[in-house]
Ligand binder design. Structure first.
Ligand code: GTP
Length: 329
């Protein structure tokens, strides 16, 4: 089984910097990492990429040949990549034995909540190569400094989660810079946990001319709350503790901590077996005590780890549980 991350997010949210920092961090903890650049607009790459979409198709050529702008050109490139998925598969195959994959995608957000090409590329790779990928969706933390921008970030994250259908982690990137945009209206927890958005209302412009805007924002917030899917974790890519916490979270969502049998003992002790932080207890925990016969007492600790943000489900003993129910009858 091969694990990895699909790194997505709006332009400038820090995807390329993330791939560089994350690959260095993972290499330091003992993983063999391969970064795959699927952004044809990435001119200067700070990392050594093993596969570069530029070897297949160049954005500048597409724009010149088809008289397209950068956005249309990128959509053309993704379409071309989907049609030539064999090229990517053949490049990935030698890496499957022992590498952890980081896919750096373009920043055009419509690729991830509207168009199907990028999703189809990912789904085909997952199915054919048996990959376990988590979507890491980066959003610039400065959006928290304005209620309207924050609601847009929530909507973008929600639509991307619904569209991509992958284990998903939303990240507020560049958290080290958040204080540069002034004091936040609420504690950081308010923005990361997304529990009650009604408080945002009083921080919107109270001018009577903005009444419709406030009503629209209120109703959009209700949509987000009704889905109850979005929350965020934070990241400062230069802080190893921040990157380490994110790695732990991603490892839980794609199952790496349970199946990373190729990982070194050092890595396991540092990342997977480290003390669980409070994030772990966000998942509902059920303990079922079942008396299956007068002499037999079965105690089943049924861990049903479920995070809406992470979309991670562990049904490892579900089978055992069903068998027990059958034998009970
Ligand atoms: N302070 C700080 N700066 C960051 C962080 N992550 C990224 N940056 C900076 O943010 C800027 C944009 O980062 P990129 O990695 O180019 O962003 P991108 O999402 O790849 O951008 P596009 O390729 O245009 O989609 C760069 O100047 C980075 O140095 C962070 O965690 N902290």
């Amino acid at each position: 089984m091969v694990f990895g991350q699909v790194v997505i997010g709006p332009p400038g949210s820090g995807k390329t910097t993330y791939c560089n920092g994350m690959s260095q961090f993972l290499q330091l903890v003992g993983r063999k990492v391969a970064v795959i650049n699927l952004d044809p607009a990435n001119d200067s790459l700070p990392y050594d990429c093993v596969i570069n979409i530029e070897d297949l198709i160049k954005l500048s050529d597409v724009m010149a040949e088809h008289s397209l702008g950068p956005n249309g050109g990128l959509i053309f490139c993704m379409d071309y990549l989907e049609k030539n998925i064999d090229w990517l598969e053949s490049k990935l195959k030698p890496l499957l034995k022992d590498h952890y994959l980081l896919f750096d995608f373009p920043g055009q957000v419509e690729l991830f909540f509207l168009h199907e090409n990028a999703k189809k590329v990912i789904m085909k790779l997952i199915k054919k190569l048996n990959l376990r990928l988590t979507a890491v969706h980066l959003v610039d933390a400065h959006l928290c400094s304005d209620p309207g921008k924050y609601v847009s970030a929530l909507l973008l994250s929600l639509s991307t989660m619904l569209h991509m259908e992958l284990p998903h982690v939303n990240v507020l990137s560049k958290i080290d810079l958040i204080e540069n945009y002034g004091k936040l209206d609420f504690n950081l927890d308010f923005y990361t946990d997304v529990l009650d958005l009604s408080y945002l209302q009083c921080h919107l412009d109270q001018d009577p001319r903005y009444a419709k805007y406030r009503k629209l924002t209120k109703e959009l917030c209700e949509v987000i709350e009704n889905y109850s899917l979005v929350n965020f974790t934070t990241l400062d890519i230069q802080d190893k503790e921040s990157v380490g916490n994110l790695v732990k979270l991603i490892d839980k969502t794609n199952g790496y901590i349970f199946a990373g049998i190729d990982a070194s003992a050092v890595e396991f002790s540092k990342i997977a077996v480290g003390p669980v932080d409070w994030e772990y207890y966000r998942y509902p925990f059920f303990t079922l005590n079942l008396l299956s016969s007068p002499v037999m007492f079965f105690r089943i600790n049924f861990f049903f780890h479920m995070s809406f943000c992470n979309q991670y489900y562990s049904f490892s003993i579900l089978e055992e549980f069903l068998l027990l129910i059958c034998s009970w009858n």
